[in-house]
Design a binder for this molecule. Structure first.
Ligand code: HEM
Length: 127
């Protein structure tokens, strides 16, 4: 039987559904804000927008870009002048949060694989 997964719902369920996602959002949020190279980027962002950011980030990570219908990522991040290193640190914090929540390494790799192609958009690199 083919047990490959390609839908948001199944990846979401694989990591443990809503309770696991909620745990991951909290862990991720703490790690990003405790990272002194990342926190300044969020200085002018209110807490509501910041929580929305973390949820969107995880939605995209679980479902791929098709899961996100808002402002283009390139546009949303253009003013921030983010470096590749900033992007990598955020992905690392997400991976660490997933690991702490008990998500297996292979699933973490799959989730990170959804984010990596977005790096040029988020960092404003040429297409
Ligand atoms: C794949 C990676 C990322 C995704 C999917 C993502 C997602 C998003 C989305 C959807 C928005 C738009 C919110 C809106 O228009 O209301 C946004 C804005 C923003 N993102 Fe990201 N982001 C990513 C990476 C990063 C990184 C690496 C940083 C900084 C270290 C960052 C910091 C911000 C900030 C500060 C805003 C503006 C928030 C505000 O003031 O409204 N993002 N992000």
């Amino acid at each position: 039987m083919d047990n490959t997964r390609d839908t948001t719902a199944s990846l979401y369920e694989t990591i443990g559904g809503a309770p696991a996602v909620s745990t991951v959002v909290d862990l991720f949020y703490d790690k990003v804000l405790a990272d002194e190279t990342l926190a300044p980027h969020f200085r002018d962002t209110d807490l509501v927008a910041l929580k929305a950011h973390q949820r969107t980030f995880i939605t995209v990570a679980l479902g791929g870009p098709a899961a996100y219908k808002g402002r283009p990522l390139r546009e949303a991040h253009a003013q921030l002048s983010l470096k590749g290193e900033d992007f990598d640190r955020v992905v690392t914090h997400l991976a660490g949060s997933l690991a702490e929540a008990g998500v297996p390494e292979s699933t973490i790799a799959e989730i990170a694989g959804h984010l990596v192609p977005l790096k040029p958009e988020v960092t404003g690199a040429p297409r």
